[in-house]
Design a protein around this ligand. Structure first.
Ligand SMILES: *Cc1c(COP(=O)(O)O)cnc(C)c1O
Length: 230
Protein backbone atom coordinates (compact mmCIF):
# COMPACT_ATOMS: atom_id res chain seq x y z
CA UNK A 1 0.00 0.00 0.00
CA UNK A 2 2.80 2.41 0.90
CA UNK A 3 4.54 2.09 -2.46
CA UNK A 4 1.23 2.62 -4.30
CA UNK A 5 0.58 5.68 -2.17
CA UNK A 6 4.02 7.03 -2.99
CA UNK A 7 3.26 6.70 -6.68
CA UNK A 8 -0.08 8.47 -6.25
CA UNK A 9 1.42 11.33 -4.29
CA UNK A 10 4.30 11.72 -6.77
CA UNK A 11 1.84 11.81 -9.67
CA UNK A 12 -0.21 14.49 -7.97
CA UNK A 13 2.92 16.52 -7.33
CA UNK A 14 3.92 16.26 -11.00
CA UNK A 15 0.45 17.29 -12.11
CA UNK A 16 0.53 20.28 -9.76
CA UNK A 17 3.98 21.21 -11.09
CA UNK A 18 2.64 21.06 -14.62
CA UNK A 19 -0.33 23.27 -13.78
CA UNK A 20 2.04 25.78 -12.23
CA UNK A 21 4.61 25.59 -15.02
CA UNK A 22 7.27 24.32 -12.63
CA UNK A 23 9.90 21.66 -13.19
CA UNK A 24 9.07 18.51 -11.26
CA UNK A 25 12.52 18.25 -9.72
CA UNK A 26 12.00 21.51 -7.85
CA UNK A 27 9.72 19.76 -5.35
CA UNK A 28 10.98 17.23 -2.81
CA UNK A 29 8.57 14.90 -1.09
CA UNK A 30 9.25 14.38 2.60
CA UNK A 31 7.72 11.14 3.88
CA UNK A 32 6.46 12.02 7.36
CA UNK A 33 6.91 8.78 9.26
CA UNK A 34 6.15 9.83 12.84
CA UNK A 35 4.47 7.08 14.91
CA UNK A 36 5.07 4.58 12.09
CA UNK A 37 7.12 1.39 12.55
CA UNK A 38 10.45 0.86 10.81
CA UNK A 39 9.02 -1.66 8.38
CA UNK A 40 6.81 1.10 6.98
CA UNK A 41 9.78 3.41 6.57
CA UNK A 42 11.67 0.64 4.81
CA UNK A 43 8.81 0.11 2.42
CA UNK A 44 8.76 3.81 1.61
CA UNK A 45 12.54 3.74 1.15
CA UNK A 46 12.24 0.80 -1.25
CA UNK A 47 9.68 2.86 -3.17
CA UNK A 48 12.24 5.63 -3.53
CA UNK A 49 11.74 7.85 -0.47
CA UNK A 50 15.01 9.40 0.71
CA UNK A 51 13.68 12.32 2.74
CA UNK A 52 11.92 11.39 5.99
CA UNK A 53 10.28 13.72 8.48
CA UNK A 54 9.90 13.13 12.21
CA UNK A 55 8.61 15.44 14.91
CA UNK A 56 10.04 13.88 18.07
CA UNK A 57 13.74 13.81 18.88
CA UNK A 58 13.66 10.45 20.65
CA UNK A 59 11.82 8.73 17.83
CA UNK A 60 14.13 10.29 15.29
CA UNK A 61 17.34 9.14 16.95
CA UNK A 62 15.89 5.67 17.53
CA UNK A 63 14.96 5.21 13.88
CA UNK A 64 18.03 6.78 12.34
CA UNK A 65 20.56 3.99 12.88
CA UNK A 66 18.09 1.44 11.55
CA UNK A 67 17.70 3.07 8.17
CA UNK A 68 20.17 3.32 5.27
CA UNK A 69 22.79 6.04 5.55
CA UNK A 70 21.61 7.99 2.54
CA UNK A 71 18.33 8.99 4.18
CA UNK A 72 17.97 12.73 4.75
CA UNK A 73 16.24 13.25 8.08
CA UNK A 74 14.10 16.33 8.60
CA UNK A 75 13.18 17.49 12.07
CA UNK A 76 9.76 18.98 11.41
CA UNK A 77 8.37 19.27 14.93
CA UNK A 78 8.72 21.78 17.69
CA UNK A 79 12.25 21.46 19.04
CA UNK A 80 13.11 22.05 22.68
CA UNK A 81 16.44 23.68 23.35
CA UNK A 82 17.62 20.93 25.68
CA UNK A 83 17.22 18.38 22.88
CA UNK A 84 19.17 20.25 20.23
CA UNK A 85 22.39 18.43 21.06
CA UNK A 86 20.89 15.07 20.13
CA UNK A 87 20.15 15.97 16.54
CA UNK A 88 22.72 18.53 15.42
CA UNK A 89 25.18 16.82 13.08
CA UNK A 90 22.67 14.06 12.41
CA UNK A 91 19.68 15.58 10.71
CA UNK A 92 19.73 17.11 7.25
CA UNK A 93 17.51 20.05 8.14
CA UNK A 94 15.63 21.54 11.10
CA UNK A 95 12.32 23.03 9.93
CA UNK A 96 10.77 24.54 13.03
CA UNK A 97 13.04 27.33 14.22
CA UNK A 98 10.92 30.13 15.60
CA UNK A 99 13.01 31.93 18.18
CA UNK A 100 16.45 33.45 18.53
CA UNK A 101 17.08 31.41 21.67
CA UNK A 102 16.52 28.15 19.81
CA UNK A 103 18.70 29.32 16.91
CA UNK A 104 21.44 30.28 19.38
CA UNK A 105 21.36 26.83 20.92
CA UNK A 106 21.62 25.20 17.49
CA UNK A 107 24.49 27.52 16.61
CA UNK A 108 26.29 26.75 19.86
CA UNK A 109 26.05 23.00 19.28
CA UNK A 110 27.02 23.33 15.60
CA UNK A 111 30.16 25.26 16.47
CA UNK A 112 31.02 22.73 19.15
CA UNK A 113 30.74 19.89 16.63
CA UNK A 114 32.33 21.81 13.76
CA UNK A 115 29.29 21.40 11.51
CA UNK A 116 26.91 23.67 9.65
CA UNK A 117 23.21 23.18 10.24
CA UNK A 118 20.56 23.97 7.67
CA UNK A 119 17.47 25.46 9.22
CA UNK A 120 14.12 26.90 8.21
CA UNK A 121 12.23 29.56 10.10
CA UNK A 122 8.72 28.50 11.06
CA UNK A 123 6.16 31.19 10.36
CA UNK A 124 2.64 31.15 11.75
CA UNK A 125 1.08 32.78 8.72
CA UNK A 126 -2.51 32.26 9.76
CA UNK A 127 -1.87 33.59 13.26
CA UNK A 128 -3.43 30.54 14.90
CA UNK A 129 -2.90 30.65 18.64
CA UNK A 130 -2.43 26.92 18.97
CA UNK A 131 0.52 26.89 16.60
CA UNK A 132 4.20 27.53 17.04
CA UNK A 133 5.98 29.86 14.65
CA UNK A 134 6.94 33.48 14.49
CA UNK A 135 4.56 36.08 13.08
CA UNK A 136 5.20 37.24 9.49
CA UNK A 137 5.87 40.72 10.84
CA UNK A 138 8.69 39.58 13.10
CA UNK A 139 10.21 37.16 10.59
CA UNK A 140 12.59 39.57 8.76
CA UNK A 141 14.14 40.72 12.04
CA UNK A 142 14.61 37.16 13.25
CA UNK A 143 16.23 36.29 9.90
CA UNK A 144 18.74 39.09 10.39
CA UNK A 145 19.50 37.99 13.93
CA UNK A 146 19.95 34.37 12.89
CA UNK A 147 22.22 35.39 10.03
CA UNK A 148 24.80 36.60 12.52
CA UNK A 149 25.08 33.24 14.27
CA UNK A 150 27.95 30.94 13.28
CA UNK A 151 27.32 27.36 12.22
CA UNK A 152 23.82 27.95 10.88
CA UNK A 153 22.51 28.51 7.41
CA UNK A 154 19.01 29.79 7.13
CA UNK A 155 17.70 28.38 3.86
CA UNK A 156 14.04 29.33 3.83
CA UNK A 157 10.67 29.22 5.53
CA UNK A 158 8.26 26.62 6.80
CA UNK A 159 4.60 26.85 7.75
CA UNK A 160 1.90 24.57 9.05
CA UNK A 161 -1.34 25.74 7.49
CA UNK A 162 -4.66 25.42 9.32
CA UNK A 163 -6.61 22.21 9.10
CA UNK A 164 -9.27 22.80 6.47
CA UNK A 165 -11.64 20.59 4.53
CA UNK A 166 -11.18 22.51 1.29
CA UNK A 167 -7.49 22.92 0.49
CA UNK A 168 -8.24 26.04 -1.57
CA UNK A 169 -8.76 27.84 1.71
CA UNK A 170 -5.03 27.54 2.36
CA UNK A 171 -3.89 28.92 -0.99
CA UNK A 172 -3.57 32.42 0.42
CA UNK A 173 -1.49 31.15 3.36
CA UNK A 174 0.98 29.49 1.00
CA UNK A 175 1.11 32.53 -1.27
CA UNK A 176 1.84 34.71 1.75
CA UNK A 177 4.71 32.48 2.88
CA UNK A 178 6.21 32.65 -0.59
CA UNK A 179 5.88 36.42 -0.66
CA UNK A 180 7.51 36.68 2.73
CA UNK A 181 10.46 34.62 1.45
CA UNK A 182 10.76 37.00 -1.51
CA UNK A 183 10.67 40.02 0.81
CA UNK A 184 13.35 38.58 3.07
CA UNK A 185 15.61 37.54 0.20
CA UNK A 186 15.42 41.09 -1.21
CA UNK A 187 17.15 42.28 1.94
CA UNK A 188 20.27 40.40 0.77
CA UNK A 189 21.18 39.31 4.25
CA UNK A 190 24.58 37.61 4.40
CA UNK A 191 24.33 33.91 5.04
CA UNK A 192 20.60 33.79 4.35
CA UNK A 193 19.00 32.31 1.26
CA UNK A 194 15.30 31.86 0.82
CA UNK A 195 15.30 28.99 -1.65
CA UNK A 196 13.33 26.56 0.47
CA UNK A 197 9.61 26.69 1.15
CA UNK A 198 8.42 23.81 3.31
CA UNK A 199 4.64 23.87 3.07
CA UNK A 200 1.77 21.52 2.32
CA UNK A 201 0.66 18.31 4.03
CA UNK A 202 -1.64 15.46 2.99
CA UNK A 203 -4.72 17.65 2.75
CA UNK A 204 -3.25 20.53 0.83
CA UNK A 205 0.13 19.72 -0.76
CA UNK A 206 -1.12 20.12 -4.34
CA UNK A 207 -2.19 23.70 -3.67
CA UNK A 208 1.11 24.28 -1.85
CA UNK A 209 3.04 23.08 -4.90
CA UNK A 210 1.02 25.38 -7.14
CA UNK A 211 2.02 28.21 -4.81
CA UNK A 212 5.72 27.41 -4.80
CA UNK A 213 6.46 24.74 -2.18
CA UNK A 214 9.88 23.13 -2.58
CA UNK A 215 9.28 20.63 0.23
CA UNK A 216 5.93 19.02 0.90
CA UNK A 217 5.53 17.02 4.10
CA UNK A 218 3.18 14.11 3.57
CA UNK A 219 2.38 11.56 6.28
CA UNK A 220 -1.13 10.15 6.09
CA UNK A 221 -1.15 10.25 2.30
CA UNK A 222 1.79 7.82 2.24
CA UNK A 223 1.56 5.76 5.43
CA UNK A 224 -2.16 5.91 6.20
CA UNK A 225 -3.81 7.20 9.37
CA UNK A 226 -1.69 7.47 12.48
CA UNK A 227 -2.63 5.58 15.59
CA UNK A 228 -1.51 7.60 18.61
CA UNK A 229 -2.59 4.87 21.04
CA UNK A 230 0.37 2.62 20.34
C1 LIG B 1 2.46 15.25 11.01
C2 LIG B 1 3.00 16.39 10.23
C3 LIG B 1 2.89 16.43 8.84
C4 LIG B 1 2.16 15.38 8.01
O1 LIG B 1 0.79 15.44 8.22
P1 LIG B 1 -0.22 14.63 7.28
O2 LIG B 1 -1.48 15.40 7.35
O3 LIG B 1 -0.35 13.26 7.89
O4 LIG B 1 0.35 14.58 5.92
C5 LIG B 1 3.46 17.50 8.19
N1 LIG B 1 4.12 18.48 8.84
C6 LIG B 1 4.25 18.47 10.18
C7 LIG B 1 4.98 19.57 10.84
C8 LIG B 1 3.70 17.42 10.92
O5 LIG B 1 3.84 17.43 12.26
Amino acid sequence: MISENMVKVRNKISAACQRAGRAENTVTLIAVSKTKPLEDLKEAYAAGARDFGENKVQELVDKMPNMPGDVRWHMIGHLQRNKVKYIVGKVYMIHGVDSLRLAEEISHEAVKQGVRVKILMEVNVAGEESKFGISPKEAPTLAEQISKLPGISLEGLMTIAPYVTDSEENREIFAKLRQLAVDISRKNIDNVTMNVLSMGMTGDYEVAVEEGATYVRVGTGIFGERNYQI
